[in-house]
Design a protein around this ligand. Structure first.
Ligand code: ADP
Ligand code: MG
Length: 385
């Protein structure tokens, strides 16, 4: 099945080229689930003009949402998707330009952030009938390569990995945990499978199998753990003729697509809740991601990438020369209002990174392979918040 992609908005590509690094932030609200309807929950979210998000909790404000009048706390993002947005619309608005950039030898990354059940995996992986961003990006990549390369010089490698409980695992070849090493290209997982993909068709199957290898909670054998982060890395190597020297040069572009762990337990920022998390096996990687984002927003010199496996792996996707996209997934239901509010606030903050990140933030500390004490991390976070 071929996909027809809408042309990128004019001028936007140029804009992408001009900025060294920035974060675009989108919000996607999923449809009400059967259960949420059965429990007669109210809709708390309204999307207006594909951009503005209105949140309202109080019962007497709901009529405004229903009557298509808007009232409630207002947020504006680079784009917002209502429950009727298609997977293709989400892909083409958020990720299509990054695929273009990768084919020019640049890096890009897309994160899905939000509470468990908010629609992250649906957005990233999707279903066979409605494939998500990961699959559409690879289909689009292969079709673009077919269109433009006559010499067959493009090589596409896929890696799919998981960070769970500060352990990195290969989802394409499950086995022993992988060790992170620093090399010329940055931080890499040693021994990670680099699957050489030759067509998009094989990819959906591969990714679904990979997803089945994601860690499951011991108590719920069939459910993917809400605490596991899945990272798909697509590396494209190709040769081009340099315009100035007319030499043939090698280029590499990397696209990272990340289905983050559920944010519900990591969002608490007040002291008391943080203390209670101390005993409850907090998701260090997600907390560390949040504190890196805080540090980037505040323009701090030291960005604490080294605090977790996830932030080490994504260092070049956050502060480096990279185009970054965040998709904040939310439920429309009043049952999840607290989580929705937290996610939208987080997204609103992430939006600010693009203004400050251009002064390169280099983390000079040596890598500590052994994890720092959890209590120390919590202490640092308490100071930061
Ligand atoms: P998460 O990965 O954030 O925990 P999921 O992606 O698994 O959440 O979504 C929870 C449920 O909602 C799944 O059954 C999924 O198919 C459904 N869902 C999520 N987003 C959408 C959407 N945009 N359209 C239709 N169904 C959705
Ligand atoms: Mg999921």
């Amino acid at each position: 099945r071929r996909l027809s992609m809408p042309a990128p908005v004019k001028g936007k590509e140029e804009e992408l080229g001009k900025c060294v690094s920035r974060i675009l932030v989108f919000v996607r609200v999923r449809p009400m689930s059967k259960k949420e309807i059965q429990l007669s929950s109210r809709c708390c979210v309204r999307i207006v003009n594909h951009r503005d998000v209105y949140l309202t909790e109080s019962a007497n404000e709901k009529d405004y949402l229903r009557l298509n009048r808007v009232k409630g706390r207002h947020f504006a993002f680079d784009g917002s998707f209502s429950d009727s947005a298609t997977q293709l619309q989400v892909y083409s608005t958020t990720t299509l330009e990054l695929v273009e950039a990768v084919l020019q030898g640049r890096n890009g990354s897309v994160f899905c952030y939000g509470a468990t059940g908010a629609g992250k995996t649906y957005t990233m992986l999707g279903t066979v009938e409605n494939p998500g961003v990961m699959v559409l990006a690879i289909q689009d990549l292969f079709s673009k390569i077919r269109q433009r390369s006559c010499d067959g010089s493009h090589v596409v490698h896929l890696s799919y990995l998981e960070v769970y409980n500060e352990t990195v695992r290969d989802l394409l070849c499950p086995g022993r945990p992988l060790v992170l090493r620093e090399d010329k290209q940055g931080i890499v997982a040693a021994g990670l499978t680099q699957y050489r993909a030759s067509s998009a068709d094989e990819v959906m199957v591969l990714l679904q199998q990979g997803n089945q290898n994601r860690t499951t909670e011991p108590t719920r054998a069939n459910e993917t753990s809400s605490r596991s982060h899945a990272i798909l890395q697509v590396v494209v190597e190709f040769r081009v003729r340099d315009a100035a020297t007319t030499d043939i040069v090698n280029r590499v572009g990397k696209l990272s697509l990340i289905d983050l762990a559920g944010s519900e337990r990591a969002l608490a920022t007040d002291q008391r809740t943080l203390r209670s998390l101390e005993g409850a096996n907090i998701n260090r990687s997600l907390l560390a991601l949040s504190s890196c984002i805080n540090a980037l927003v505040e323009g701090k010199k030291h960005i604490p990438y080294r605090n977790s496996k996830l932030t080490q792996l994504l260092k070049d996707s956050l502060g480096g020369i990279c185009n970054t996209v965040m998709i904040a997934n939310i439920s429309p239901s009043s049952l999840s209002f607290g989580e929705t509010q937290n996610t939208v606030h987080w997204a609103d903050r992430a939006k600010e990174i693009r203004l400050k990140v251009s002064e390169t933030n280099e983390d000079q500390l040596p890598i500590h392979e052994t994890d720092a004490d959890q209590a120390k991390l919590i202490h640092e976070l308490q100071k930061e918040n």
